[in-house]
Design a protein around this ligand. Structure first.
Ligand SMILES: Cc1cc2nc3c(=O)[nH]c(=O)nc-3n(C[C@H](O)[C@H](O)[C@H](O)COP(=O)(O)O)c2cc1C
Length: 108
């Protein structure tokens, strides 16, 4: 299994409702594929952690990286892991000012 963290820039004008829709869609799809993680949004930029099977994540990241709702997609950290940092979250929005969950997840 691996855990990946990336940053990206939201498309100009992307609003809270659209971000909530991304999270809702992601949570459903991730549940089907055994993917868990967290998404932070500060009004302009995304920071997301995803964890799951390597091939599944590679396909998902390829598809996320091509999503027109954001750009400047940049993977900043990748770890091989045995256990999940977010076992209960198929995708959850973390508070825009609180990236602590994400920082903690990439610590081990
Ligand atoms: C910031 C951001 C985060 C996303 N996170 C996920 C995710 O965790 N899981 C997911 O299935 N799709 C996520 N998506 C949506 C994907 O980019 C894509 O729309 C979806 O996987 C369907 O892709 P497909 O049409 O290539 O199958 C995210 C999109 C954005 C913009």
């Amino acid at each position: 299994m691996k855990r990946v963290m990336y940053f990206s820039a939201a498309r100009a004008g992307l609003g809270e409702k659209e971000v909530d829709a991304i999270v809702a869609e992601a949570a459903k799809r991730n549940a089907l594929h055994g993917v868990t993680g967290a998404l932070g949004f500060n009004g302009q930029a995304f920071c997301q952690v995803l964890e799951g099977d390597e091939d599944t994540l590679d396909r998902l990241l390829e598809s996320i990286s091509r999503d027109p709702r954001h750009n400047d997609f940049k993977i900043v950290d990748v770890k091989k892991v045995e256990t999940r940092a977010f076992p209960d979250w198929t995708m959850t929005r973390v508070d825009s000012l609180d990236f602590q969950h994400i920082v903690d997840a990439m610590r081990n």
